[in-house]
Structure formats: C-alpha cells, structure tokens
Design a protein around this ligand. Structure first.
Ligand code: PLP
Length: 404
C-alpha cells in the first residue's frame, strides 16, 4: 500500500500551523523532529495517571510507572536489536551518552600515546569529550580526513589504524552533510587492531533501521528527540562485558545496592549508570515514539524520504547560484548560495514560513576543513515532509535570490 503522507501528517499537530502567515514548512529535522500525537498522549497519560518515582515504592502508582519505564527500555532494545535490555542505559541524549563513555571508559582505560580515531565530519558532541580524555590521559586524537567529495577518505582511514588505535568514535550519518558513513567497514578495521568502537547514531535512528549486533559496534548512542520522541532522553547501548567492566560515572541514589559510611556496593546494569531520578516521562515518551514508528512500514518511509532527497537535490542543482556540499544521501543537505550569507537567506525563508538551519551545525572543524567560513544552509527532512515542502523551499530560495 502506498504511503498516505497527508494522513500521516495529521499525526503531527504542530505541522498544521502557520508561521509568519504561511503554512509551516519544517525542514530542520536534523536539529529536532516533531512529535506525533501518540508521544504527546503518552507523556500526558504518565503525568495525569501514573506519575510516581520508579523502582522505589511499594505503592500501585510506582509499580505502574516502573513497569512503563522498563517496558520503554525493552522497546529501545528491540528497536536497535540489542541482545538484552540491560545493555540500554538511559541518558539525557547522545551528548551525555558520549560523555558517559568518555568519562567512564576513556578516562580509565586510555593512557599516554593511545590513539582515539575520529573523523573530520564529527559533531562537537563527538569531539570535545575525547579532547578532555586526551588532555587528562595523554592519549592522542587522530582524524580521518575527507575526500574532495566531502566523504570519509577510506584509504587514509586504513592508514590511520594501528596497534596504537584504542578507540574509534564516528558518526553513522553526518548531521552537517547528510552522508551515510561506511561504519560497518570502519568497525571491522577497528576490530582488526583491537580498538573499541563507538557509533554516534544521533542522525541515523530517525531514518534507518539500526541493528547494533549486525554492526558489531561496542557502543551506540542516540537522542530521543531526533527520532520523534521527547527532548532530554537518550540512549547508550554497550556490549555487556565492556559495560560491566566500566565504573559508574555519576553516583548517588538509584545506582546502588548497599551504602554505608564506609563503602558502597553499586547496582547491576543498567542501574549502575543511572544515578538519581531518571527522566521517566521522557523514557515512556521515547517508547511511544518507537511504538509509533514500528507500526509504520519503515521501508516505505525510507523510500519516501529517498524521493524527497532526490527532489531536493535535483531542485537545488537546477539553481545556478547554489552549491551543494558533498554528496548527501540521508536526511540533510547542506548548501551555500554565491555571495549571500546563509543567515540572510534563512531569515527570508523564515518570513515565508520555511524553517531551515544555518551556521556551522556544531561541526566547526568540518567547516574549517571545507573552507566554509560562514557555514552553510541546511535543509533536513523527515518522513512527514511532503513534495510541497521541497517545492516551497526551492521557490523560497528563488525569491530570496531575487531579493538579493
Ligand atoms: N551527534 C550528532 C551527529 C548530532 O547531530 C547531534 C545533535 O545535533 C548530537 C550528536 C548531539 O545530540 P544531543 O544534542 O541531542 O545530545
């Protein structure tokens, strides 16, 4: 059955509004996605009918909240094909998940001269925590450069791996370029030299089916809000033996088995990494987002997004003053317009109800490598975008060009 995008759009009440007197054209999905009514209802349902702290009390509400909270964890495990829900750690988002690994694994296991391999297209969230680890341990950061097409230079990557490489931390899909990286190959290269692998899936989970066991990565991180769930909730998946061997990164309530003034025994996985009251509503909301997505035909959604990408790339290519950066394939397209500051174009687009993002997209080293001092314009899609959104953007760009 073909997808009925207009019907699906009704699930996202925010899309029906006008902005600056024009129908909203939301093309900033790489920054955050909109939430279906099912997610909004799940948040409401929890706060209206189940609000209680989890894992603590003997009363009925706490039991219900705990059940819903842990059911959401199991849904995440299924969603990414994790072998066991205990390998799913709740965090505030991808950033916090990477910080957890950096502080707990990186600070403990890395030492002077060890190498951390990143890529030139990483988000700051997958750079800065490793810089902190390098500064504290004496480990060294190495960077996989880009080809002329702004893709990862796999020949250079192969030469960068050595017995000194202890960690590969790399994005599955680039937020700034919309490039799907060959993570499977890179993970295999890392394994061949005994390095641990972390995949930043923040831009992947909303577009692709992810199977952490097929990838065979050691860690996989993502944020709920980029896959139709609430803000403030995210996930660290890790291989069990690694997680078991890692010390807690934050301490306090919820993460303990026994406390006296002399010593503390920490809880088991996943609780040893979840100090304090967690984002219960956020986890339940993310579970609802997974239920929502799972009820749809994800292959059909991906095919629809692919069509939108083709339409967008063809339309942009037909505008003589537009330069597309790299070869985008998934979710986002970055581009610049000759002689015009991206921010000025975005402001004109906003006046037409069109939401895009401008700037460095939290990837300053990438912008430096590509010599894009003013950053780029970025249009990023989700499955609820329709062909009219792309038409509106292309028309908006033409109008902006006439303005300048
Ligand atoms: N990694 C990538 C590739 C991203 O695009 C983002 C957010 O834009 C992050 C990490 C950080 O995600 P969050 O801010 O939700 O922690």
């Amino acid at each position: 059955m073909p997808l009925d995008i207009d019907k699906l759009r009704l699930d996202f009440p925010i899309l029906a509004q006008t902005v600056n007197g024009q129908p909203l054209v939301y093309l900033d999905n790489a920054a955050t996605t909109q939430k279906p009514q099912a997610v909004l209802d799940a948040l409401n349902h929890y706060y209206q009918g189940q609000n209680a702290n989890v894992h603590r009390a003997a009363h009925a509400l706490s039991g219900q909240a705990t059940q819903a909270f842990e059911a959401a964890r199991a849904k995440v495990a299924d969603f990414i094909h994790a072998p066991d829900a205990r390998q799913v750690i709740w965090t505030r988002g991808a950033t916090e998940a990477i910080n957890l690994v950096a502080l707990s694994f990186g600070m403990q296991k890395l030492k002077a001269g060890d190498e951390i391999l990143l890529s030139a297209m990483e988000h700051h969230a997958n750079i800065v925590p490793w810089q902190q680890v390098a500064a504290a341990t004496g480990a060294v950061i190495k960077v996989i450069p880009l080809t002329d097409n702004a893709e990862l230079d796999m020949t250079a990557a192969a030469n960068l791996f050595s017995s000194r490489t202890k960690l590969l931390a790399i994005s599955h899909v680039s937020n700034a370029l919309g490039v799907l990286n060959p993570v499977q190959t890179l993970i295999a290269m890392a394994k061949a030299v005994g390095a641990v692998t972390l995949i930043d899936g923040a831009q992947a989970v909303g577009h692709l089916s992810v199977d952490v066991q097929a990838l065979d990565c050691d860690f996989y991180v993502f944020s709920g809000h980029k896959m139709f769930g609430p803000t403030g909730i995210g996930v660290l998946y890790g291989k069990r033996a690694l997680l078991e061997a890692m010390p807690p990164w934050q301490t306090g309530g919820e993460m303990i088995k026994y406390v006296s003034f002399e010593h503390t025994r920490f809880g088991e996985l996943p609780f040893k990494f979840e100090a304090g009251t967690p984002n219960i509503a956020g986890a339940i909301g993310l579970g609802a987002a997974i239920d929502y997505l799972s009820a749809l035909d994800r292959c059909a959604l991906a095919a629809h997004e692919h069509q939108l990408m083709l339409q967008l790339l063809a339309g942009l290519s037909a505008l003589p003053e537009v330069r597309i950066i790299g070869r985008p394939t998934a979710g986002a397209v970055s581009f610049i317009i000759d002689d015009v500051h991206p921010q000025d174009v975005a402001t004109l687009l906003d006046m037409q109800g069109i939401a895009v993002r401008t700037g460095h997209h939290c990837a300053m080293p990438l912008m430096q490598a590509l010599d894009l001092q003013q950053g780029t314009l970025r249009a990023s899609i989700a499955f609820y975008n329709h062909a009219q959104d792309i038409d509106a953007l292309l028309l908006g760009l033409k109008k902006s060009r006439e303005f300048f």
